[in-house]
Design a protein around this ligand. Structure first.
Ligand code: FAD
Length: 326
């Protein structure tokens, strides 16, 4: 069995920043386990090519406090920045290593990943984000239309669709609509009468496309159900009785806490949110959470900052255990 001083689960912005902060603090060895083939899987999968990665996200300006920081840039520039952190801090990143079990035995954790990786460590930091579980609507998606319905802005999944409905009212809904409207007629359905948490830049871009007639806004609309239309499209039934037909529907409703994963480890939850203290330590001593898992509305800068807070707490609370190891 391999031994480490710290295991980080997930190599998104929060996981990489945690490893960077830990290495800078002299904690060694630190192992980062990532389930996909590349780090930053959420960004690879959900951000469209050339997407602007905003330093101010969901209208929240977060002042950087740690080592990892960034300024608004493109998706490709951001991924390069993360790659540079991995190189510069010589991060031991293991990809295609999905963590499926974490167990505490006496003072140490055993972390199981992939087919046969088992690592023993006194400290575990979980950084798996929330986009493994995109939020879905309450109504059922009929199986006849499942191949035309997408969650979490999988923009690459709608080739050929000429009329698309984007559902949601946040930044990712605005960006998805602006991206898709270059090749399709796009509608946005949002339950509120106006957008209130979109950043300025996205609002400007959206208003421009609306003026140009490329995007049509269906404000104050609520969807009741979906069905298959006779011409093999998706019929959307709104609560006010209106019906519209689309080639594809993209739900941009954000992500949800991976409750089952956290509960299986023994982490206590309250109202579907993990119980954590001011330094993001869970009810299990030595087990911390970072990134989107700890915020109601997460962002990259908030994820970076959470990594700094957690590593500071680990240094203060677990100095002995880090020295002793397992
Ligand atoms: C479309 C879209 C656009 C966005 N645009 C912006 C923006 O412009 N600016 C901004 O600040 N924020 C933006 N965000 C939000 C931002 O992406 C998140 O806040 C950020 O990615 C959170 O980082 P994280 O490391 O907590 O989680 P994630 O980035 O989700 O990373 C989690 C990682 O953990 C891995 N993982 C999951 N389960 C396991 C497991 N069991 N074992 C091992 N690894 C696992 C995943 O594969 C992934 O690589 C956007 C989000 C979306 C969906």
């Amino acid at each position: 069995m391999e031994k480490a001083k710290m295991v980080v689960v997930g190599a998104g912005p929060a996981g990489i920043a945690t490893a960077v902060e830990a290495k800078a603090a002299g904690i060694e060895p630190v192992i980062v386990l990532e389930k996909e083939e590349n780090p930053c899987h959420t960004i690879h999968k959900y951000y469209h090519e050339g997407k602007r990665v905003d330093a101010v996200w969901q209208g929240r300006k977060v002042k950087p406090i740690g080592i990892c920081q960034f300024e608004t840039c493109s998706k490709e520039e951001f991924l390069k920045l993360m790659e540079n952190y991995i190189q510069e801090y010589n991060i031991d990143l293991r990809t295609s290593q999905e963590v499926h079990k974490i167990e505490k035995i006496n003072e140490c954790f055993r972390v199981w990943a992939g087919k046969d990786t088992i690592i023993e460590t006194p400290i575990v930091v979980i950084a798996i984000g929330i986009f493994g579980k995109p939020v879905k609507p309450r109504y059922k998606i009929p199986k006849e239309v499942k191949n035309k319905v997408f969650f979490g802005t999988q923009t690459q999944c709608t080739p050929g669709a000429k009329k698309i409905l984007v559902v949601g009212g946040g930044d990712s809904a605005a960006e998805t609509a602006c991206f898709l409207c270059e090749n399709a007629e796009v509608y946005i359905s949002y339950r509120r009468p106006k957008f209130f948490r979109i950043n300025e830049q996205n609002l400007k871009e959206l208003e421009k496309r609306v003026k140009e007639g490329k995007i049509k806004l269906l404000m104050d609309t609520d969807i009741e159900s979906l069905s298959a239309s006779p011409d093999d499209k998706v019929k959307v039934h709104f609560k006010d009785g209106q019906e519209m037909v689309f080639d594809a529907v993209c739900y941009c409703l954000g992500g949800a806490t991976p409750e089952n994963f956290l509960r299986a480890i023994g982490i206590e939850l309250n109202d579907n949110r993990p119980k954590i203290d001011e330094c993001f330590e869970t009810n299990i001593p030595g087990l911390f959470l970072v990134g989107d898992l700890v915020f109601k509305k997460g962002s990259i800068m908030a994820a970076f900052n959470s990594a700094h807070i957690v590593v500071e707490a680990i240094k203060n609370r677990y100095r002995d255990r880090l020295e002793r190891g397992c």
